[in-house]
Design a protein around this ligand. Sequence first.
Ligand SMILES: Nc1ncnc2c1ncn2[C@@H]1O[C@H](COP(=O)(O)OP(=O)(O)O)[C@@H](O)[C@H]1O
Ligand SMILES: [Mg+2]
Length: 202
Amino acid sequence: MAILPNKLGITSQTELNRIEEKVSKQKAKHLFDSGDMNFIEIGTFKGLSEVHRYLFEDIYELAGMMRDVNIAKKDFLFAPIMYLKDSLDYIDKMPQHSFDEIIEKYVEMNVAHPFRDGNGRSARIWLDFMLKSEIRSVIDWNVVDKKDYLPAMERSPVQDIEIKQILKTALTPKTNDRDRFMNGIDASFYYEGYFAYKIKEL
Ligand SMILES: Nc1ncnc2c1ncn2[C@@H]1O[C@H](COP(=O)(O)OP(=O)(O)O)[C@@H](O)[C@H]1O
Ligand SMILES: [Mg+2]
């Protein structure tokens, strides 16, 4: 895969991965510490794109913007761009009152995969904001094992029972706990192969 065009003029994928991790983790930390997270719209594509832009705007021109290419992972084709806008409008209207409804919405957003990259990391933050606001709980991502999480997400478009179970077990009422948030960001980035920096040391 070709390296994504970036604002920093970086042409080495290894270097880009490191800088992206460093900068976006610093931004994630600031999202919490500044209180900016309280202004993110809950449960909509607009809110998700606010999170995505917040994390990645210093690196990618396309931060927060809907992709204009089709993408697949393993054998799974995410929403074809032809249907992406309709799919996002539909997801905006999905209910988000219970844990099950919220996870179903999260699974649909993963199927939509609105951005060229950074969907996983931004959607997990978006998911936590929904859970916090609607059911006064969040996921403790530190207790969610990558080996369980990723296969469950891969199967989720067909069968969401597994991901619901994994995430339900990891629910915590510590919605405003800074350690939980920061360690959760490190875990979330680890799922996607980014583990060169610890957020608290940035
Ligand atoms: N084969 C698959 N089928 C469905 N979802 C997948 C598949 N592979 C990965 N995912 C989901 O996509 C996310 C990664 O998307 P990506 O845009 O690369 O995010 P990031 O850049 O934050 O890693 C994973 O966290 C997982 O939720
Ligand atoms: Mg990725």
